[in-house]
Design a protein around this ligand. Structure first.
Ligand code: OMD
Ligand code: FE2
Length: 443
């Protein structure tokens, strides 16, 4: 990917700072950050100071999020007269369009990347929604089909934080805070309200989770201790880099499920320096250090929580982002794949690469499945047969990365997803080979 900045842009685009939720400080010009204060009477270089708050001012210290941005123009100068803008395939909760899909476990093949031009905005395809964007609860799961870069255009999402997991092709996020490059196996998280544009150097497909609630954070580790799972130092936030570009530019905002667009005369990605703990970040999913059963049984998948977005109820996440990375299976006298189950939480699953042990066939990279609130699921007949008869030597599930967006709220399937030709009509059949093996005469 070419990283030469166009004329008029700064060269400082390569760097990241490590840590999760740190109070970061970064400046693209020396002395652009005021020292020891946020709001000097006059900022260096004629910049404007602006605070971006991701939490209420009064949130407890541990969840209080804000950053100070030192920019060429304040955001009030980056807006004009907004007009409504149609992006009909990007749906928000509550989704009021009825569809007749029966309740049952659902699975889809990958949606092919089209030949025609789609940007990160026009290519967003909503699969499920849950909760209500306006009451800041719930989420949406999307597939982004991207064949073209956003050019001379910027977007911000007032409804949600966005977690983006490229599955095919790379995505570059040019944000107010700096540049984030992501490839399959990595994620980017763009906080609510942060302006950005997505660029591609070839066709790309990504899983996207919109989090309408409080921000993703790291789960508690409890008795696991201070290390393993997702480690703080592996999260990377970008160093400041800015565009000083006075040219026609489109700004689109998603607000209350509605898109609004305006034209302005300059790029809003004009932040020369920033400090604070509210910033986009990336994470390489292969850095996740899984912890699991080392003698017997199959632990609950919560041991694989990479990030969690808590709700007001303790232990009841608005969203858990759960990984199934490569790992050794060593448990003795154990049915090693996931057990059969029904669950309060609703599970949207995707596969970035490799094979998932409960569904060796039919669940393919780029595909996705939905096991909704209190609907039964578990290993397919084939996986059951193999796992119940396999010799239990240590075995590595290698080169695989599945994940789950798991929410406390039931997920509604959009009309678009319900009518996709990729919806597998025969998904339920994957369990039809489970024979009755009960025999009261045999133990
Ligand atoms: O349904 C799934 O495949 C996800 C899952 C995995 C697991 O190891 C235990 C429970 C669970 O929901
Ligand atoms: Fe499950």
């Amino acid at each position: 990917m070419d990283i030469t900045p166009p004329q008029g842009l700064t060269a400082a685009i390569a760097g990241y700072m490590s840590g999760f939720g740190n109070g970061f400080e970064t400046e693209a010009l020396p002395g652009a950050l005021p020292i020891g204060r946020n709001s000097p009477q006059r900022c260096a270089y004629g910049l404007y100071a602006e605070q971006l708050s991701g939490s209420p001012f009064t949130a407890p210290r541990a969840s209080n999020q804000r950053s100070w941005l030192y920019r060429i123009r304040p955001t009030v100068a980056h807006i004009g007269r907004f007009r409504k803008h149609a992006l009909p395939f990007w749906v928000s909760a509550p989704d009021t369009v009825e569809n007749e899909l029966p309740i049952q476990p659902l699975r889809w093949d990958p949606i092919p990347l089209p030949d025609h031009a789609l940007t990160f905005l026009t290519g967003m395809r909503t699969i499920t929604t849950a909760g209500d964007a306006s009451s800041q609860t719930g989420m949406a799961a999307h597939i982004a089909l991207v064949t073209e870069s956003m050019t001379d255009e910027t977007f911000w999402n007032a409804d949600a934080e966005m977690l983006v997991a490229p599955q095919q092709g790379s995505l570059r996020f040019r944000t107010e805070f700096g540049v984030i490059d992501t490839a399959p196996g990595e994620i980017a998280v763009i906080p609510r309200g942060v302006k950005f544009r997505v660029e591609v150097s070839g066709p790309a497909r990504a899983y996207v989770c919109e989090n309408y609630g409080g921000a993703f954070t790291l789960p508690e580790r409890g008795p696991i201790g201070a290390n393993c799972m997702a480690n703080q130092r592996d999260f990377l936030s970008p160093v400041a880099s800015y565009e000083d570009v006075d040219a026609p530019h489109r700004v689109t905002v998603k607000w209350g499920g509605v898109f609004w667009t305006t034209e302005i005369g300059h790029s809003p990605l004009d932040v020369v320096a920033w400090h604070g703990n509210y910033a986009p970040y990336k994470y390489d999913l292969t850095r996740y250090s899984p912890v699991g059963p080392i003698l017997f049984d199959h632990a609950d998948p919560s041991i694989f929580t990479c990030l969690t977005a808590p709700s007001e109820t303790p232990g009841t996440a608005n969203i858990d982002f759960v990984l199934f990375p490569e790992r050794w299976m060593v448990a003795e006298n154990t049915f090693r794949p996931p057990w059969y189950h029904m669950n309060l939480m609703s599970e949207f699953m995707g596969l970035i690469y490799g094979q998932y042990d409960a569904k060796p066939q039919g669940f393919v990279p780029g595909g996705f499945s939905l096991h909704n609130c209190m609907l039964p699921h578990g290993p397919d007949a084939d996986a059951f047969e193999k796992a119940s008869t396999a010799e239990l030597a240590p075995h590595k599930l290698a080169n695989t990365m599945a994940f789950m967006f798991e929410t406390r709220l039931p997920q509604r399937v959009t009309a678009y997803a319900a009518t996709l030709p990729q919806l597998q009509k025969g998904y339920l059949d994957c369990w039809s080979g489970l024979r009755k093996t009960f025999d009261p005469g045999r133990r």
